[in-house]
Design a protein around this ligand. Structure first.
Ligand code: COA
Length: 695
């Protein structure tokens, strides 16, 4: 039994603040519980005593003769904090409907609430929630609408108002619910734990999650990774804004906490994210009501050519494959096709087709095994055929459950009445063909993919890496010098070209000769982040004289531009040959912890933000997917006859970064910028690293 069972299927419920007055929240909750046909024991609690809706009112929760599975608090915030101890002593779970906690700055009150509940081992949902509906008992312990249709969709909502509106919308769409949970301030129970229950709940087929932010992203991802294959999840997250953490030294760090990271993390574990509430609801309803498609072949059946073309365009946009085997299409539809119809998908049986022909065409599509899903479109002809069509659509879709079929009825009043009739029968129906196509896309995508691959063991010289980090920590330095960062990367098995540090001109010349010309020289100072901007980098140095000049020029320019900078010397490296500049980074994301980033250098990352993220560590197969996600991917595989870059080396470097930052939690920001990628090999040209310094 899942540990949240008493929350979703309580044997008894106490309502603290149950009110005698109709219309008050404390009354509505009791009324909804009673009206939902809850069979367990109901204990209203109110110091006034008496009776509410036929249930004896207890003056204090301590008077209840048994322990309580679920207590619901509906007294004001001030009183909630006063009563939490006595409620927690008696209860396994407590839902705090009351507002007035962290959402209005009352962080102390919320902290006290949770601490006191935890003292007695009670778990809290909320505060600031509208309650819970669970189809299992059934029980509607919310102050929302009283009538909720039972079904297979579970809703978890961080927003109360949206959650309540969802109940209404679900009923309008005739979508049955298995549970609806408001998570509010998430002071104790979070969406991750609720999800783990719903993935184990046999009534739930699809979970719709509305969230605004995610604190424990790793736990959430782990639960989704273990999701049974017959359950689906669709997420709607508010805020696609790009704003992330500011004032950090690295490119990667500046994107932490941003929506791009959230998006990539969802993609990593195969969660479908809706952009709009409308899409989310359409998708959830379609997934809840349809069998999963068994193959890629989509067929469009229409009585209107124009609508068919619009649907075909939308299919292309969503990457759906229109079945194009003309032989099979002809064989399938020849009995219903008028002379001037078209077998070519979209299959147009023309405006001449009445209810009988349309029914036949649909049945043929359902019976042809090479067709895996159907988009059935019908244009309202404004005649008596509409009744016949309504009947045909309902009967045919009830008869076949072997493949998904989504219906679009376009037109006036007649069309609306068909849509309503189909919805009443639990058949996915739309007035807009784009909605139908996007819902079919969701059916294909919702369980299509999971994270791929396993983590491989790799060698890295951990002692040497620790040594460098410890030395910097002892000196209280957060930013590592670039030679230290490079040394760490080298010890992690990443290809870093030879580098030395010169502290005077003579040394610089000696080292340049040791490396061999041409060389690059860069200032070494933790106080200078943008070395090029202050004249701290000189490239393509060809001889001893140029080394001496460059040394002087770098020191002079850096001292002039950043007078307070402590300059530790000048780093000398082999001048790398031209290749494709990429950036690999890692950072500590607020939701997901260590994440790695990949993008192409220059404008691709800085202007276009063409980057992809993964939560570290990342299996190599998944890294290949991560690479394919960026728009500039073709530059990696070679355009206009160029050869592909060495993707194996690139993948290996990203893999090692993922392992490095996971093993060394102290590394909180890392940029390899650029990593130069060749047809053979990938080399680090420059690197930055920030570590956490112990307090
Ligand atoms: N134990 C039990 N009941 C108590 C009590 C105690 N220690 N002290 C008072 N009560 C009773 C009151 O007498 C009252 O009952 P009555 O109507 O029969 O007199 C009942 O509890 C409620 O108290 P009241 O002071 O009338 O509060 P309220 O109903 O005006 O407001 C909340 C209480 C919880 C509804 C309100 O504080 C609140 O938070 N509202 C917002 C809820 C919300 O929007 N949540 C988020 C949704 S997403």
């Amino acid at each position: 039994m899942h540990y949240l069972e008493p929350l979703f299927n309580p044997k008894n419920i106490a309502i603290i603040g149950a009110s005698h007055h109709e219309g008050k929240i404390g009354h509505t909750v009791v009324k909804n519980i009673v009206d939902s046909g809850y069979k367990g024991r109901i204990y209203p609690v109110n110091p006034k005593g008496g009776e509410i809706l036929g249930n004896k009112v207890y003056k204090n929760i301590s008077e209840i003769e048994e322990d309580v599975d679920l207590s619901i608090i509906v007294v004001p915030a001030r009183i909630t904090v006063d009563v939490i101890d006595e409620v927690a002593k008696k209860s396994k779970f407590i839902i705090v409907i009351t507002s007035g906690f962290s959402e209005v700055g009352n962080i102390e009150g919320e902290k006290k609430l949770i601490e006191n509940a935890k003292k007695y081992g009670a778990r809290v949902l909320g505060p600031n929630v509208f309650g819970i509906y669970s189809a299992k008992p059934p029980v509607n312990a919310t102050f929302g609408p009283s009538k909720i249709k039972r079904g297979n969709v579970a809703v978890i909502s961080q927003s109360g108002a949206l959650g309540i509106a969802m109940i209404g919308k679900a009923s309008e769409e005739n979508m049955g619910l298995s549970a609806i949970v408001s998570i509010g301030n998430k002071a104790d129970l979070t969406e991750a734990e609720i999800l783990s229950y719903l993935f184990n709940d046999n009534l739930t087929k699809v979970v719709f999650l509305y969230i605004e932010g995610l604190e424990n992203g790793r736990e959430f991802l782990e639960i989704v990774r273990n999701k049974p294959s017959n359950k689906s999840i669709i997420v709607l997250k508010a805020g696609r804004s790009k704003a992330g953490a500011k004032a950090v030294a690295s490119h990667t760090g500046s994107l932490a906490g941003s929506d791009i990271v959230f998006d990539s993390a969802l993609r990593q574990v195969g969660i479908l994210r809706a952009d709009t509430l409308e899409d989310g609801l359409n998708w959830v309803a379609s997934v809840a009501l349809s069998p999963p498609p068994k193959g890629k072949n989509v067929v469009i059946v229409t009585n209107g050519g124009g609508l068919g073309v619009i649907a075909a365009d939308a299919c292309e946009k969503y990457g759906l494959k229109l079945f194009d085997d003309m032989k099979i299409l002809k064989k399938t539809f020849e009995d219903v096709m008028p002379e001037f119809g078209s077998y070519k998908n979209p299959v147009d049986i023309t405006g001449q087709a009445g209810g009988k022909e349309y029914r036949m065409a649909l049945e043929k599509a359902f019976n042809e095994p090479n067709i895996h899903s159907i988009l059935a479109l019908y244009c309202d002809r404004g005649d008596a055929q509409m009744e016949e069509i309504k009947k045909a659509l309902i009967e045919v879709s009830k008869k076949y459950s072997n493949k998904p079929a989504l219906y679009t009825i376009f037109g006036g009043e007649g069309a609306s009445s068909i849509i309503q009739a189909l919805k009443r029968e639990g058949i996915p129906a739309f007035s807009d063909v784009e909605d139908a196509v996007s819902s079919l896309y969701a059916l294909y995508k919702v369980n299509e993919r999971k994270e791929e691959g396993k983590l491989e063991k790799i060698e890295m010289k951990e002692d040497k890496i620790s040594e460098i980090i410890e030395r910097a920590r002892k000196e209280g330095r957060r930013k590592l010098l670039s030679n230290e960062a490079k040394e760490i990367l080298k010890q992690a098995g990443i290809d870093v070209p030879e580098f030395f540090v010169a502290r005077n001109i003579e040394e610089a010349i000696k080292l340049a000769n040791k490396i061999g010309y041409p060389v690059a020289m860069k200032v070494l100072s933790e106080d200078i982040i943008h070395k090029t901007d202050v004249g701290g980098v000189i490239l393509n140095i060809e001889n001893d004289k140029e080394v001496a000049d460059a040394y002087e020029a770098i020191i002079e320019s850096c001292k002039r531009n950043v007078p307070k900078a402590v300059i530790k010397g000048v780093e000398i490296t082999k001048m790398l040959e031209k290749g494709l500049e990429t950036i690999i980074g890692a950072t500590n994301d607020a939701s997901f912890g260590k994440v790695v980033m990949f993008g192409l250098g220059g404008i691709y990352v800085e202007v276009m933000k063409d980057v992809s993220f993964r939560v570290a560590p990342v299996p190599k197969k998944e890294i290949r997917r991560m690479l394919r996600e960026i728009e500039s991917y073709p530059l990696l595989t070679g355009i206009r006859g160029e050869k592909s870059k060495d993707l194996d080396s690139l993948v290996d470097t990203i893999y090692r970064i993922g392992i490095l930052v996971t093993k060394f939690d102290e590394i909180i920001e890392l940029d390899i910028n650029p990593l130069i990628l060749y047809e053979k090999g990938a080399k680090v040209a420059d690197a930055r690293m920030v570590i956490e310094v112990k307090k």
